[in-house]
Design a protein around this ligand. Structure first.
Ligand SMILES: NC(=O)CC(=O)C(=O)O
Length: 284
């Protein structure tokens, strides 16, 4: 049963990121402060918000998270969460494990006290090859995470994925069955897959599970090597888009409530009608 304990406001910060990490972090801070001023309780940043997105950039920008004080992104996110008294879902950053030298695409989540609540390493790496359109192979440099992430907040449980993770319905389904009322995905789709699948996947995960879904993208920069789709959005449990941006910087603000989840589940009670006796061997 997905439980949203009290209504709250979510903000998605569609952010432009350039090559200067310090500038990106300072810019993120300014925008998160704006979102908090607008009344947001949970604030989300995009995938790779402190660096350009691309396999050649990951090693250069990677930070070790084993000693938080030596990670500028960790300390900045923690202090912004504390200063704004909000839950901060810190998009993602390239992470290096100093013991293995393996790299990950990692999201850090902080409490309103600035404490680290969760670390999610992108589970499904973005390896695609669409002839004449786009080729991308995160696995050339990144390693996949091996764990699902559920964040416990005062509002209830929130499931977390990063970008390509949204293409795997099992993740959202499992999170919903473990009681999450929302899935949040920092993500950076592109000019090929964005128009095709971004909104379709967000709405599908929402309708499949009758939960809220939020996707937070970087703003599009046509001078960058990767052109992000943008279109950050919040979708309600009925698959309806509550708020959506275009491709420039901006803020999505939306109110989430338990009543909406209950209303949708009462009207179309699929959460009570599943036939696991028929399809229990889903892994086979
Ligand atoms: N960038 C991603 O991880 C995913 C993506 O762009 C897509 O699935 O399409």
């Amino acid at each position: 049963m997905s439980i949203l304990k009290q209504p709250f406001k979510i903000a998605l910060v569609q952010l432009a990121a350039g090559p200067d990490k310090a500038a990106n972090l300072a810019h993120a801070k300014t925008k998160v402060l704006e979102a908090a001023k607008a009344g947001a309780n949970v604030i989300v940043l995009p995938e790779c918000f402190n660096s350009p997105y691309g396999t050649n950039y990951f090693p250069q920008y990677a930070e070790s998270l084993t000693a938080p004080n030596s990670s500028p992104s960790f300390s900045t996110l923690s202090s912004i969460a504390k200063e704004t008294s909000t839950y901060l879902i810190g998009g993602s950053i390239p992470e290096v494990d100093p013991n293995t030298q393996k790299l990950y695409n990692t999201s850090l989540v902080f409490s309103p006290m600035g404490e680290l609540l969760a670390t999610h390493r992108k589970i499904h790496l973005f390896d695609i090859d669409i002839p004449g359109k786009i080729q991308f192979k995160e696995s050339e440099v990144l390693s996949p995470g091996d764990n699902m992430t559920i964040v416990e907040t005062e509002y209830g449980k929130i499931g977390l994925g990063i970008c390509y993770d949204i293409r795997f319905p099992e993740l959202a389904m499992t999170a919903a069955r473990k009681g999450c009322f929302a899935m949040i995905y920092p993500g950076a789709f592109n000019m090929t897959t964005g128009p095709l699948h971004w909104s379709l996947l967000a709405r599908s995960r929402a309708v499949d599970n009758q939960i809220y879904v939020a996707l937070c993208s970087p703003a599009r920069d046509m001078n960058a090597s990767y052109h992000a789709w943008g279109h950050s959005m919040v979708v309600d449990p009925n698959g309806e888009i509550l708020q959506e941006l275009e491709h420039s910087e901006g803020l999505v603000l939306a109110n989430l409530s338990r009543e909406r989840i209950e209303e949708v589940r009462k009207g179309i009670p699929v959460t009570m009608q599943r036939r696991f006796d028929v399809y229990k061997n889903v892994v086979d």
